[in-house]
Write a protein that binds this ligand. Structure first.
Ligand SMILES: Nc1nc2c(c(=O)[nH]1)N[C@H]1C(S)=C(S)[C@@H](COP(=O)(O)O)O[C@H]1N2
Ligand SMILES: [Mo]
Length: 524
């Protein structure tokens, strides 16, 4: 009985040693990452590598199931996996001390491989945090297990079997304290690193645009409770990107290089250079290709920036239609993302811009501070590079950017879509007049007509708000004479080319979802 309890206790303490070793590893990795880059830390690196390798359908499912918490879920998943592995390695180490320690080292090596393999990796140094963490964790486990397996030095007060309780307690406490200290120090230094960027953003004063946005026509904003506001506030604007750590770029040291095929004069511009140029301000609706029919990944903001076509022309770039050799513009961000945009689209007169502001303020960090691209009419993944730092003129034949390597289409103009914002699915409105309302978008073409259908009845025209520009979404409403019982409300839009939103539902992969949005309600 006594022996078996001792075994139980020792097994538990061995598992605890594994956990402590894991904590030591993560803490040391965090501390060392301050000397390399915070993004090179093991959890971020493994998470990033997982995102890079996730098959498109799985990623689509993750976005659908977890929405914008997908990254948090991923990191918690990695931490949970690490916990299980750490507990197991602790147990292994009780039998085979070296094997357990080697296991911890191996995990460090996996982290290092993930970090150096990321598209934004700056070299082998990115592997250092994980390697150092692995060594520290292995050492901690080796020492702790040593206390559990070493016969006590003096038999005097220890009556529970042959191991060094006092030694273990001291070593475990020391490991926990050292990990806590190292981890906290690393955290503090890493968060300080972003302070320069935060200060640079606070110091930005956006000049008045040479070409201001046309005032939003009064009729473009409907006053229907529950409808999406015409301008989406930046704080609720959707966010879609692969960044586990939001890049904090200092505007003072930021540079953008434009180079590649057909560039006669390569250009490098600073943030100040951009602010000193003529600025253009426009309302533009941005849409994500991962937006399901009726989904939330669409927003309309007032962007201010420099016309990209002007910069390209100054660099000597010609669109393919005028004999230019490059048909694809590849934008690269500080976090290694690549997005490919047709050069023709950027230079065809639309308001493609390098945006420096959103809704009257410098870009929020999550939306790409200091500079991002915005191209009306194209899904974000082929146009809206955040934290941009490089533009390369190339061809579609020569280069596949990040998402194209992962089954998404090379070219992806936004599809005509409409959404019912109110009533919400499964709402229980009372019989009488119920306001059905929402938004419809067909960037570059404009929305001509929106129709609503109740159950299998005829399509009925909705009342349209004024169309601000062809690049913005358009609000609509429909006063419905609701009768008691269950009803299905369906909406469809027609764009100004006369094309009607298609009925057949398609997946978001490879070039955006098609289909009609329906909402089921029960009228009381
Ligand atoms: N650097 C970077 N830029 C990016 C992305 C990204 O993952 N990394 N995602 C793109 C996608 S898929 C979309 S839809 C838009 C979303 O911009 P938002 O997050 O500001 O709404 O950013 C685009 N720009
Ligand atoms: Mo997207």
């Amino acid at each position: 009985m006594r022996i078996s309890r001792t075994h139980l206790t020792r097994g538990g303490l061995a598992a605890l040693s594994g956990l402590l070793a894991g904590c030591a590893a993560l803490a040391v990795a965090e501390l060392v990452s301050t000397a390399v880059r915070p993004e090179a830390g093991p959890v971020t690196a493994v998470g990033g590598a997982a995102i890079d390798r996730t098959p498109a359908p799985v990623k689509d499912w993750a976005i659908r199931s977890f929405g914008e918490s997908d990254k948090l879920v991923l990191q918690l998943g990695i931490l949970a996996t690490l916990c299980v592995l750490a507990l197991a390695l602790g147990a292994v180490a009780l039998r085979h001390r070296r094997t357990g320690a080697a296991g911890v080292l191996l995990l460090g090596a996996v982290g290092a491989a993930a970090a150096t393999g990321r598209p934004d990796s700056t070299g082998l140094a990115d592997g250092l945090p994980s390697l150092a963490g692995g060594v520290a964790g292995a050492a901690a486990l080796y020492v702790l297990i040593g206390r559990l397996t070493r016969p006590r030095r003096t038999a005097a007060r220890d009556d529970e079997g042959g191991w060094d309780r006092r030694g273990f307690l001291i070593a475990a406490t020391a490991a926990a304290a050292a990990s806590g200290g190292a981890g906290m120090l690393g955290r503090t230094v890493n968060s300080r690193r972003g302070q320069g960027a935060v200060a640079s953003r606070a110091g930005v004063l956006l000049p008045r645009p040479a070409s201001p946005a046309a005032p939003v026509p009064p009729g473009a904003r409907l006053r229907v409770p529950g409808i999406s506001s015409f301008t989406t506030p930046s704080s609720t604007f959707y966010r879609v990107d692969t960044a586990l750590v939001v890049p904090r770029v200092n505007a003072g040291t930021w540079r953008l290089r434009i180079h590649g095929k057909g560039v006669r004069r390569p250009v490098t511009v600073t943030f100040q250079d951009l602010l000193e140029r003529e600025l253009t301000e426009r309302d533009i609706t941005l849409t994500c290709v991962s937006n399901e029919v009726g989904g939330p990944y669409v927003g309309n903001a007032r962007w201010i920036g420099v016309r990209l076509a002007d910069l390209l022309r100054e660099a000597g770039v010609k669109p393919p239609s005028r004999g230019g050799p490059a048909d694809q513009l590849v934008a690269r961000s500080v976090d290694g993302m690549t997005l490919g945009t047709p050069v023709e689209d950027v230079m065809d007169g639309r308001d493609a811009m390098l945006a420096v502001g959103m809704n009257g303020e410098p870009l929020p960090f999550v939306h790409g501070f200091p500079v991002r691209m915005i191209v009306p009419g194209l899904y974000g993944y082929v146009s809206a590079c955040k934290w941009i730092e490089d533009i390369e003129l190339t061809t579609f034949d020569d280069y596949d950017p990040y998402w194209v390597k992962r089954e998404w289409a090379r070219e992806a103009p936004v599809k005509t879509q409409s959404r019912i914002d109110t009533p919400k699915p499964f709402a229980r409105p009372t019989a009488g007049t119920v306001m059905v309302a929402g938004v419809a978008w067909a960037q570059r073409r404009g929305v001509e007509r929106v129709e609503v259908r109740v159950d299998d009845g005829p399509w009925q025209p909705a009342d349209l708000a004024a169309q601000a520009t062809v690049d913005t979404w358009r609000q609509w409403s429909f006063p419905w004479k609701a009768t008691p019982g269950g009803h299905t409300l369906t909406v469809r839009a027609t764009d100004r080319t006369g094309a009607v939103q298609t009925e057949k539902r398609t997946r978001t992969i490879p070039d955006g979802a098609d289909g009609w949005h329906s909402v089921v309600v029960t009228v009381d």
